[in-house]
Design a binder for this molecule. Sequence first.
Ligand SMILES: [Zn+2]
Length: 343
Amino acid sequence: MDDKRVEQLKRLPKIDLHLHLDGSVKPETIRELAHQQGKPLPADSHLLSRMQIDEDCTNLREYLSKFDFVLRFLQTGEALERVAFEVVEQAANQGCIYIEARYAPILHTLEGLSVEDAIRHVRDGLRRGERQYGVIARAIVICMRHDSYERNEAVITAAASHYGDGVVAVDLAGDEAGFPPQLHRSIFELARRLGLPVTIHAGEAGGAENVIEAITSLGAARIGHGVQIDGHHEAMELVRSTRTPLELCPISNVQTKAVNSWEAYPLKRFLDFGITATVNTDNLTVSGTSITLEYVMLLQHCGLTLGDIGKLIRNGAEASFLEESLKSGLIDTINRQLAEQGL
Ligand SMILES: [Zn+2]
C-alpha cells in the first residue's frame, strides 16, 4: 500500500474500544521500570521478543503467555499511571479521538496494591493522557476467567464504586477454552445489579455458543472478538437482532488462529449481514499493531473499501460505553471529521 493511503488512514478520526493496557506497554518503558524498581531484565534476551508474539504462535494460550513477563513490572501505582498515560499517547499518535483501555486490577496486586488502588492509578494516568493529548480515554475493568467468585466479586464491587469516575464497563478475559462463560453467570448478575455495562471476551478461542451464552445469560452489551460466530446462523442472527456490537481485533485474531487466514476473515460477511462490527487493536505491543495498521490490513486483504472503514469507525462511536452526556458529542465529532475527509 502506498504511503499516501497509509497517511490518509492515519489522519482519519479513529476509535479503539478493545485495548489491553498490559499488552500495550512500550519496551523502553519496561526497561526504565525494571531499572527504577531494581528488577533485573534477563540479560540474554532481546526485550521485544519477550513482549511480542512471533509468526509461529499457534493459539490464544501461547499469546497470553507474553503478559506474564510484563506484569511483574506493573505492580506499583507509578508504573500503572505511566502505562495508562502512554497508551493514550500511542493512541493519539495514530489519530484516535476516543479509547477504552482495559485491564484486570487483580493482576496488579502482587506487591501490595489493592484492587481500588489499581483502578485509581489507571484512572489518573488516563486522565493525564486526556489532558495532554485531547483523546477521551475511559477504562474497562476485567475479571479473570480462572479467578474465584470472591476475587471477581471484589473487582466488580470496586469497579462499581468507580463507575462514572473513569470506569465505563466490566469484562471477562483469559483462557476462554478452559473456562467457558457459563461459569461466571452469578458474577455478571452482580455486575448488572450494580448497574455496570458488560462486555465479554467470547467466540475468540471458543465457539459461537459462548457468544450466545454471553449475550443471553451474562448480559453482554458488547462482545470481545466474536469471530467464531461466522457461519453459525443462530449466533449471527442473535448478534444482529440484539444489535450487540462485536469488538473485532483482526491482527490479533489472525495471530491467535481464531481465524486461519486473512482471506477467511469474516468482517465483510458480518457487515453485509447487518452486524455492528467495530475494529480495534487488542494489544499494541504483543500484537505489534496500531489502529492504522488494522485498517491497512483490512483494505489490503479483506475486500473492504474506504466507505466500509468510515462505517466501522462510526460503529465504534455508537458502540462506545462513554457516558451519555458526552457520547452524542463524540458521534457528532466523528461524523463531522469523517465527512471532512470525504467519508
Ligand atoms: Zn482482549
